[in-house]
Design a protein around this ligand. Sequence first.
Ligand SMILES: O=C(O)CCC(=O)C(=O)O
Length: 335
Amino acid sequence: MSSFDNNDDCIFSCNIDDLPSNYTKLAIQSYEKYGVFFLRGVFSKSEIKSLREDADQLFIEEVGERNRTVSQIQSETLKHSFSEAFMNTRLLTALNDIFSDPDVSLLPPFNLTKNHMPHSVDTKAMGWHRDCGGELPIKQCREILENPKYMFGKVGVFLQDNAEYGGAIDIVPGSNKDFSRFPRGCSNAVFWLKVLIFVQRYFPFIYKNNAVRKVFCVLIGMITTNVRAGDAVIFDSRNLHKGTPVRCDIEQSMIYNCETLQAELPDNQTKYVLYSQFGNSLGIQSFFYDRLNRKGGESEMDEWIKDAKAVKNSLTEERYFFRKVGSLLNNSFKY
Ligand SMILES: O=C(O)CCC(=O)C(=O)O
């Protein structure tokens, strides 16, 4: 979709260098209605090449899991390179204008993910989830999640095109609202997702059929995000989404870790995504209500502070939209 396709009734998608004068209104409308919008062309071809080389170097030199936050990076050069990337001025200026409420801020962790994707047959529910999934069963969180003022989500900047090796995410537009619209029943997407899980569990021989899974995806109302390298996808934590899988015929011969949702992709097809979060006080409150009650979740706030410090120390200037960085660093951050 080009900038010319934008009107009040479609997912907003536009090149960051070509934003129309009413882009803030269009992006907010899209976010409220579909839980998602796209800002394209955040990084140029040469910036992507250089970031991908840095990411390759990082994962070779500093062995570890599939996620790397800025505070975990040892090399000062690489830390600076990724801090600059996460604090991309053009992206944060646009987000600052779109989410103009001073209570909404970019938030840690600043996470580079490598080859994060589900297996379309072996991963439970194909990988479909809502980031706020842990909050949904908690009464206090649920009230917040249903509050029209709630805001919490992710900014993902993709360093490859959506192609045969995946590389992007799939989403169900509008699922940011579907759990509160049907308090006693469930939405179309949730209904078909439950049927999918049932078939996957009890009729695996049917579920293995590629056509059957494709039909489920249509019934769920999925779209694959048509991202190209350098594009940003901004999505609500309540939206149903999953990593785009590798094309079925290639997937069969690949090695996966279904626990960690990591695939062993060929070196020249590595999937890298820069993920950060954003939200307002309500969103942060719900997030931490859940996290601090999880085993091992108490360290999450320390991780946020470490990441905020790492980014701040790596850069010489403050960046727009990271409005809560001061309170994270001086211990006045509230949740
Ligand atoms: O990048 C991806 O593959 C999906 C990431 C995802 O599902 C998440 O961050 O919650």
